[in-house]
Design a protein around this ligand. Sequence first.
Ligand SMILES: C[S@@+](CC[C@H](N)C(=O)[O-])C[C@H]1O[C@@H](n2cnc3c(N)ncnc32)[C@H](O)[C@@H]1O
Length: 323
Amino acid sequence: MDDVIAVDDGISADRALRLINRGSALLWTGDFQNAKQLLAALGRRVPAIRIGSFPNQRRRQAERVRVLNALLIPLADHRVPLRRAPDVRAACDQAYGPSGGERTVPLRELLGVIGAHQLRLRGVHVPALGDRIHPHYGVFAPTRSEYADLVAEQPLPAAGTAFDVGTGTGVLTAILARRGVRQLVATDNNPRAVACARSNLARLQVTATVLETDLFPPGTADLIVCNPPWIPAKPLTPLDQAVYDEDSRMLRDFLGKSREHLRPGGEVWLVMSDLAEHLGLRQPDEIPLLARTAGLTLSGRRHVSPHHTRARAQETTSLWRLT
Ligand SMILES: C[S@@+](CC[C@H](N)C(=O)[O-])C[C@H]1O[C@@H](n2cnc3c(N)ncnc32)[C@H](O)[C@@H]1O
């Protein structure tokens, strides 16, 4: 942003959009609830689209993020010094760490921080676990439960040791523990996910090692489970990184290195939606090809249709069993 202009309740959405498109950020000094209304009005002027080519949809989404992130809110020691502002201290402490001085944040981000705090308090019921998982801010939440069902229902190999690569909230590690796997090592390269998985697993009384690392922990396992980010495209924000995997880097590296971490007779369970195929971003034979190149044999595939509201027609989520 070239400059920051202080604005308040008197500004119209059209004028706000003109200022943003000229390169300004808008620092809100009015009523907090009115700022939310302005954000909603800006959102209607740069709507998200779900039709047309995927690159076009992403361009529009990037434009939307740029516009909406230009509306800033002041924060002073994690308090919002505005009329009718909610108490955001607990939510900000969780998302940003111990409070720190005066700063500004995009209102859109702050609303995400508040929503994440509520989700963390409430938790997500995961039927396959028969328990709740409490996602932290910036960690992939298991609100789509069908992939967890696949991991809960797939017959287990003789699995003394299992790795859960890219563990997120720790949900799949917890399911494997409930199924009787005794030695569990979970990894994630996102420190927020590592903290979240540790806290969920402790609450569920699951004994597992959780490591912050790229892909695999040291050593070998009888079972390696991975639910990688499903969409091979560039993340637009840091929070996108659990969903977007540019050039399928994680998928390729995971499959490419799995064999050296797999014990004889062991299995890799790769959980993937075919959403990327429906978006024209991945060929249907890409996973079998990558697996074969990595020296793995495709021994089975189970799939389910997701039932969440944003699922595409014909979208399926698969558990690929590789040996
Ligand atoms: C789709 S989420 C799945 C999370 C969790 N396993 C689940 O099923 O809910 C993908 C996870 O992979 C992690 N991840 C992405 N790249 C990674 C890498 N190179 N090494 C370790 N973890 C990675 C992300 O941080 C994210 O938590």
